[in-house]
Design a protein around this ligand. Structure first.
Ligand SMILES: [Zn+2]
Length: 93
């Protein structure tokens, strides 16, 4: 299984006025879910770094919640198939 990646990251709001944009969003490459975070509030004008970290943190949580479970499921499916294969071998034909 491919590792999910955060894609199409961009600011919600006028492109030329990033300071007015309020949200940063990106898309999960695996399930196309939109990850969206509010712009970080900081004393300094440019909060892009902080907000970038926030979206990656949110995406990390998304992957952990949504895709590690999928991975476990896939593993257990493979396990089930192996068991069935072995059973069929035993039974013969
Ligand atoms: Zn996803």
């Amino acid at each position: 299984m491919a590792t999910p990646k955060l894609t199409d990251v961009s600011w919600l709001g006028p492109k030329d006025e990033m300071d007015r944009a309020s949200h940063l969003f990106g898309k999960c490459s695996e399930c196309y879910e939109i990850i969206c975070v509010e712009k970080a509030v900081a004393d300094k004008q440019n909060t892009q770094q902080e907000t970038n970290e926030m979206i990656y943190e949110a995406f990390h949580t998304h992957v952990k919640l949504k895709h590690s479970e999928d991975a476990n499921q896939a593993a257990s499916q493979a396990e089930t198939k192996k068991t069935l294969d072995e059973y069929q071998k035993k039974v013969g034909s």
